[in-house]
Write a protein that binds this ligand. Structure first.
Ligand code: SF4
Length: 414
């Protein structure tokens, strides 16, 4: 377990509680295999198994097997289905919801910034390593700045146990939902009480496995993705067959800065921005993008990756010296493509070489602007409209909780 914990970015905050460590170890590829075995052996307690794969994990496995990201996605679909998984989805679809909600949330915060001083900068919320650190270390002070928009994984939880379950005539509990992600921190995110459905006694994401764990599963089954026949990706819509692998422009961590910036420039100042110019500040993991008109800075955005840069940002905020309106915050240096759960370099390959390859594969997919995704627009119209405003907000947003510093022996220091 020691090795596992060392791979969790959250440990950089100084602690992983023993309660959290149990939650993490409960989620593993062995758990998924157990559910699949049970489905074969026990006719009465069948679960519909759904696997949602992140684009960062596809890129990581693609680099390992020398395939394109899309081809990796199709072969993974085939591999999982061969094991007994019923549906395989893509989380770039749910990320579109996350990006759209972030755009709206930012514009709304910006317009009300005069009334409420701690609404800006809006800090992104998709990284559980960062959220864990913020809740444990800076609690009450920092949480109001963090966007309430759910991460792509948590959005997928809503979609699978909400929309999809309904379409299939299933209760959320009848579905076992697995997410394939680039880091261990996502296991902590899945086990948050905010993503537990009390009434149905089930989590929206039951189990998270990392890209590295998928590679291990393949090894244990003696399967190379190079020898697997590709299969079409499923879609959440019964009327559409063969999902498409899509990407979003901007960073490999979801492109939050890119999409919120272009949307805000248009909505707030009528400026059409096609290409963003990133200015490197202290290092590659701290960059800035500005929108200027007649010498006046209208928008000032930044991306801040890795704990050194994050600590710097928080200190600036505490001193009232942050010049930013929006910050894409990610706990891992270089962001999600470099997550602690990604496939490790091959012998003789440097981590830098590997990361470069993963980035190229990730960026090679066709980017689609969130505003242009008609399938998502359709779901806003049909599903979210029908559940009512209050429920729609719950399905797309979340809450944060300051964590009191624990004084007893429950904390493990690394
Ligand atoms: S930066 Fe990405 S990979 Fe790293 S902890 Fe955060 S969400 Fe996970």
């Amino acid at each position: 377990h020691f090795i596992l914990f060392r791979m969790i970015t959250c440990d950089l905050t100084g602690c992983v509680t023993s309660a959290e460590s149990v939650l993490i170890t409960l989620q593993s590829h062995e758990e998924l295999l157990k559910v699949l075995r049970n489905n074969k052996e026990n006719a009465t307690e069948q679960k519909v198994v759904v696997v949602s794969v992140s684009p960062q994990s596809r890129a990581s496995l693609a680099a390992y097997f020398d395939l394109s990201s899309s081809e990796t996605g199709r072969r993974l679909t085939s591999f999982f289905k061969g094991l007994g998984v019923h549906h395989v989805f893509e989380t770039s679809f749910s990320r579109t919801f996350s990006l759209l909600e972030s755009q709206r949330e930012f514009v709304e915060r910006f317009q009300r910034k005069e009334q409420d001083s701690n609404r800006l900068p809006m800090l992104t919320s998709a990284c559980p390593g960062w959220i864990c650190y913020a809740e444990k270390t800076h609690g009450e002070f920092i949480l109001p700045y963090i966007s309430t928009t759910r991460s792509p994984q948590a959005m997928m939880g809503s979609l699978v146990k909400g929309y999809f379950a309904e379409q299939q005539g299933l209760s959320p509990q009848q579905i076992y939902h697995v997410a394939v992600m680039p880091c261990f921190d996502k296991k902590l995110e899945a086990s948050r009480s905010d993503f537990y459905l009390e009434k149905d006694e089930t989590r929206e994401v039951d189990c998270v496995i990392t890209s590295g764990e998928v590679q291990k599963m393949l090894e244990e089954k003696n399967v190379s993705l190079n020898d697997v026949e590709p299969a079409p990706l499923d879609t959440l819509f019964s009327s559409v067959s063969g999902g498409e692998f899509l990407s979003h422009a901007g960073s490999g961590s979801g492109g939050y800065l890119h999409h919120v910036f272009t949307y805000a420039a248009k909505q707030l100042f009528g400026e059409e921005v096609k290409d963003l110019t990133y200015k490197i500040l202290r290092n590659n993991d701290f960059q800035e993008v500005t929108l200027e008109k007649d010498g006046v800075v209208l928008l000032n955005f930044a991306s801040t990756y890795g704990f050194r840069n994050i600590q710097n940002l928080v200190q600036k905020l505490k001193r009232g010296k942050s010049p930013y309106h929006f910050v894409e915050v990610m706990a891992c240096p270089s962001g999600c493509l470099n997550g602690g759960g990604q496939v490790k370099p091959k012998p003789g390959q440097s981590p830098k070489e590997l990361l470069q390859k993963v980035e190229e594969l990730y960026k090679a997919e066709r980017p689609l602007s969130p505003e242009d995704d008609t399938r998502v627009a359709e779901l806003y119209q049909s599903w979210l409209h029908s559940v009512g405003e209050e429920r729609a907000k719950e399905l797309l947003h979340t809450h944060y909780h300051p964590v009191e510093k624990m004084k007893n022996g429950l904390i493990m220091k690394w």
